[in-house]
Design a protein around this ligand. Sequence first.
Ligand code: ADP
Ligand code: 5GP
Length: 189
Amino acid sequence: MNNKVIIFSAPSGAGKSTIVNHLLGLRKDLEFSISATSRAPRGTEQHGVEYYFFSADEFRQMIAEDKFVEYEEVYAGSFYGTLKSEVERIWAKGHAIVFDIDVQGGVNLKRIFGEQALSVFIQAPSVDVLRERLVGRGTDTEEAIERRVAKAASEMEFAAGKFDYVLINDDLATAKAEAEGIIDAFLKE
Ligand code: ADP
Ligand code: 5GP
């Protein structure tokens, strides 16, 4: 089957970016889907690299023109979505699309792409380990970490049974190898 998509979702801190970046570095037939957003660029973010940046009015106009596969107003006034043109751009190169998306978005994308999609939920071995990783990453305040940990529990509950594959990220080398294996098998189908 051609025109495939691979969806990765996880509670924050479970190791999604680590595993996705590993896979993207390893396989040249995978390409990351760049989302569109109406939020302002942060730091060194550039149009067409991290996101395609638009104003809220431009984004609403594109919604009216049916240009999105899916979109969500993640925060009030901040829209995020996947453009149909982005999906076509990647498939035209013969690449499989990799989505790194929140749990709700991952479930929505699986519903949209069906058999063309492999959806993978990445999970830390326990909530305590998740907390340790967030502390170790050093990018969040104590309060933000507790918020993310609390959200993780409800995301895990919501995700149960909705993903094709649950990958427990305990030992990193083992998790990377497991991810490589499931992607290899899916792309050979
Ligand atoms: P996410 O993208 O899911 O929020 P990250 O990939 O940023 O998570 O990982 C969170 C932190 O945990 C990072 O500091 C990362 O280096 C570390 N980490 C990821 N996987 C493992 C693992 N299996 N064992 C120990 N630390 C890990
Ligand atoms: P951030 O502003 O931190 O880059 O992203 C905020 C949130 O938007 C994250 O939870 C991220 O998963 C979500 N997001 C990013 N791109 C998309 C997208 O294309 N569609 C949807 N539904 N959510 C997205």
